[in-house]
Design a protein around this ligand. Structure first.
Ligand code: AQP
Length: 342
């Protein structure tokens, strides 16, 4: 467990925490193998907190009905992917006002230049996303999400590494200025699956909001559509199937997806493909994805057929998570010198 500041109540087990935005109609295979699979694994040894980042989703203008639907879909997909709401708190970020309140404290702790260095913000603006102040301060709200739960480990994909680093810097800064108050978290990023690339452009990260339809496998895609997308994946002009992300990014991406879904290490897959062609690789990867996605989709449909039960799960998750972030916020406010209410 991460060393615990003296002001923090003792805990039986370390904590893991992460979130995903409900910004598209479904999570994609990159969210799944890059993050969700690790969330599920950490449940065994950590007290786990997994939330739908609906406040972060407001950085992209979305129709209210669509946001409501996507929020329930995201919750259903967490559970269909193996998050167990009996063991892990599954909740909506917006249900607990302490996220936004602690986010303000993080804003006030962050230097402008520090925020301006965040590459995700710069990339999104460069790609033409209209920037609002919420998008600019996204990493500070994310820091609040994590620090509010005294999280030890944060399972995320590679794209979140810089945000994790600023979170650590902010926790250390707060502790230096005001005394040991916040746990400094560690990122949990598994090397190979940390960045799943677009099928149609293996030079770009697979993204729910930025990738073209042909480049992204959604967990809700019909199996026939999945097969079609994988068969059309960009590879290269050679014939050899080997893991070499620099020279063969398309082939390497397919190998990583297959390995993550089947549990067979990439080097064993390479050996199995010796002397075979890209057609075989694509068929096998498509089979692996379809086999993983079919039971996932059945479970997702069951959950979405009972929105009241989903809402009950989210309420129970908030009831479990809320007192923890409320206690951290109270500790932070006290250290800052904010008077308690009368
Ligand atoms: N391609 C990816 N490979 C591995 N992990 C990934 N993650 C996202 N894309 C990949 C991880 O999934 C978690 C949720 O991230 P998110 O909610 O930011 O999802 P997203 O697909 O990145 O969503 P957007 O709306 O499409 O955002 P942008 O525009 O940033 O891509 C995180 O742990 C993330 O690392």
């Amino acid at each position: 467990m991460t060393s615990q500041p003296s002001g923090i109540p003792p805990r039986q087990r370390p904590r893991s925490l992460s979130g995903m935005q409900p910004t598209s109609d479904s999570l994609h295979i990159g969210n799944y193998v890059g993050a969700l699979v690790n969330w599920v694994e950490l449940q065994d040894s950590y007290d786990a907190f997994y939330f739908i980042a609906d406040l972060h989703a407001l950085t992209v203008p979305t129709d209210p009905e669509v946001l409501r639907r996507r929020t329930r879909v995201t919750a259903a997909q967490f559970i269909a992917g193996g998050v167990d709401p009996e063991r892990s708190a599954v909740f909506c970020q917006s249900h607990l006002p302490q996220h936004a309140e602690l986010g303000w404290v993080m804003n006030c702790l962050t230097a402008m230049g520090e925020a301006e260095r965040m590459t995700q913000f710069k990339d999104k603006v460069a790609k033409g996303q209209s920037a609002n102040v919420g998008l600019f301060t996204y990493p500070m709200l994310m820091a609040a999400d994590i620090l509010g739960y005294d999280a030890d480990r944060v399972p995320v994909g590679e794209d979140q590494r810089q945000h994790l680093e600023i979170t650590r810097d902010l926790a250390q800064r707060f502790n230096q200025r005001y005394g040991e108050t916040l746990v400094v978290p560690e990122a949990h990023i598994l090397k190979e699956t940390a960045k799943i690339m677009e099928l149609s452009d293996p030079g770009s990260k697979m993204s729910g909001t930025n990738s073209p339809d042909a480049g992204v496998v959604l967990l809700s895609d019909d199996p026939k559509r999945i097969v079609k997308k994988i068969k059309s994946a960009v590879t290269d002009a050679e014939r050899e199937i080997r893991y070499d992300p620099e020279h063969k990014p398309g082939v390497s991406n397919l190998l990583v997806i297959e390995s993550a879904l089947t549990g067979v290490p990439v080097d064993s897959l390479e050996q199995g493909y010796a002397g075979r062609g890209y057609g075989d690789l694509k068929t096998q990867v498509a089979d692996a994805v379809v086999s993983a996605v079919e039971p996932f989709q059945r479970r997702m449909r069951e959950l979405l057929d009972d929105p009241a039960e989903l809402d009950r799960i989210l309420a129970a998750g908030a009831a479990k998570a809320g007192p923890i972030s409320a206690a951290t916020l109270a500790r932070v406010k006290d250290r800052l010198g904010l008077l308690p209410p009368g």
